[in-house]
Structure formats: structure tokens, C-alpha cells
Design a protein around this ligand. Sequence first.
Ligand code: UDP
Ligand code: MG
Length: 310
Amino acid sequence: MKLLSVIVPCYNEQENVIDFYNEIGKTREFFSSNDVDIEIIYVNDGSKDKTAELAKKLHETDEKVHLIDFSRNFGKEAGIYAGLKKAKGDFVVVMDCDLQDPPALLPKMYKAIVDEGYDSVATRRVNRKGEPPIRSFFARMFYKLINKMSKTEIVDGARDYRLMTRQFVDAILSLEEYNRFSKGIFGWVGFKTKWLEFENIERAKGETKWSFWKLFIYALDGITAFSTVPLAFASVLGVLFCVLAFVFIIFIIVRKIIFGDPTSGWPSLVCIISLISGVQLFCLGIVGQYLSKTYLEVKKRPMFIVKEEI
Ligand code: UDP
Ligand code: MG
């Protein structure tokens, strides 16, 4: 018998905990006919409602339901990490509690791994129906920006809903960095991933737990976790300033030769200021380069991940 671990990060999801359990139940038949048992790991991320109590109740009737109860709200990323660490399954799937990640896709995802030899099956929504337009706009901008700045591919519309093999999960856990951005980490570890697409489904009950501000901070986390381009920004600006200063100096010298120097002092002052600020910014950029190397060292990401050795 194989085991499938379902990881569900929950934050104030009392309306959805039971429904989620029931929906997963509908796939039980398929999985047991394939000799796969299902365990559900609810990660209660410091909910202020009855989420934890309900999960505990489920555990009393079904010992395959587990609960990791955080002492406070640590964020969804922490929830995913905690779940992945605890999961014992040969296959692991991360799902939202609000049924926006349709459990009906699970059999298809499972088949892609077992029959087609994929290491993970990821999902992306093809539209953002039902989402405020302003939020969709900024989300799109974010994906454009981060894909320009980072070598790791981060797919627009990708959800955290992903079925993985044990090997894939172990690879993810080998990245022990504190500032986790799963959408990037999933891409970073490599392996063969199949993408399934589905139409956006609106949240079953309750409200989204992500305010615009929280998403904005999350976007910044994503950029700083997977790109050191911002640190090189100062260098570029510095070089620009230096070039500008040189052009200016030449212009002033020529003007002085032809027209004399009517307001003595200020042209040279402007040149000196722009030149020095250019040099300063450039030096800041150099510091940035060393800082980015140190940053990458500190993360202690593995240098490579082996898929197979013969
Ligand atoms: N979530 C969490 N901790 C948080 C915020 C959200 O564990 O601090 C969970 C939440 O309970 C849900 C999932 O992460 O299961 C996705 O959150 P939500 O549905 O609110 O996000 P959206 O789908 O609106 O992007
Ligand atoms: Mg949701």
C-alpha cells in the first residue's frame, strides 16, 4: 500500500475544513483501487476560529487526519514547509482549504506521475475570473517583472496545488532557506513537471486571507528570494551618473572657451557633484555585488540535485 499525503494550510477556515475533508473523500475510491491510502495534514496557521477544533474532531473519527497547530499565524509558506516536513507519503500534494484547488483533478494528476513518468504535476489557472481587476493587473505585472529578473522560471497563474513524488519533496526540503517562496522553489529544484490548466474557481466559503498589502510584501519576498538584480541597480545608476558628468564637463569646458565664464563657480560645482555621486553609487553597487554573493552563500542551497545515479 502506498500513501498520499494531502497538506492543507488553513487560516480561519472553519467553514471549509469539513467540506474539504468530504471532497477529498470522493477521490478515496479511485485511490484505494490503485492501492493508495490517503492522509490529510491540516496545518492550522494560528486561526482565531474553530479550524483546529474541527480538525481535531475529524482526527477522532479518522486517524488518517492529522493536525499541526501553529502557536500563531506564521504565513502560508511556513504552513507548506511544516506540512512537507511531516508528510510521510510516497506522493504529496499541497492544496488550499477553500476548494479553489479542485480535488477532482487528483486522479488525473496521479496518473500523470505513475503512468507518464512525471516527477510532479502542477496546476495553473488560465484566467482570474472573479478577482478584482486591479489585483489581476498587479499580479500580471509581478510575474512579468520577476521572470525578467530571475533565472528561475515562475509561471503566471501557477497555484501551489501540486502533486509531487517523494524524491521531489525531499529536493524541496533540501532548500532550508528561511525566506521561502514556494512558487520559485518548485521551479528551482527542476525535475519533469506536467502542467494542468483549469478555469479559476471562486473560493467556496469565507474570505480571501490575502490583503493587497500582504500580497505586495509577498511579491517583494519573491523578488528578493530569487533575484539579486536589485543589488546591481546602484552600479547601473552610478555608471549613468558618471557618463552624464563627463558629458557635462566637456560641454562646460567648450562653453568656457567660446563664451567665457559668466557665472563663475556653479558649472564646475554641478560637475563635481554629479561625478562624485556617480562614483559613490558605483561603489555601492560593488558592495551590492559582494552582498549578493554572501546572500546566496548564506541560503546554503544545494549546488545540485541528483535525479538518478547509474
Ligand atoms: N493561508 C494560510 N496562512 C495565511 C494565509 C492563508 O495558511 O496566513 C491559507 C488559507 O487558509 C488557504 C490558502 O492559504 O487555505 C490560500 O489562501 P486564500 O484562499 O485566502 O488565498 P487566495 O486563494 O485568495 O489567493
Ligand atoms: Mg483561495
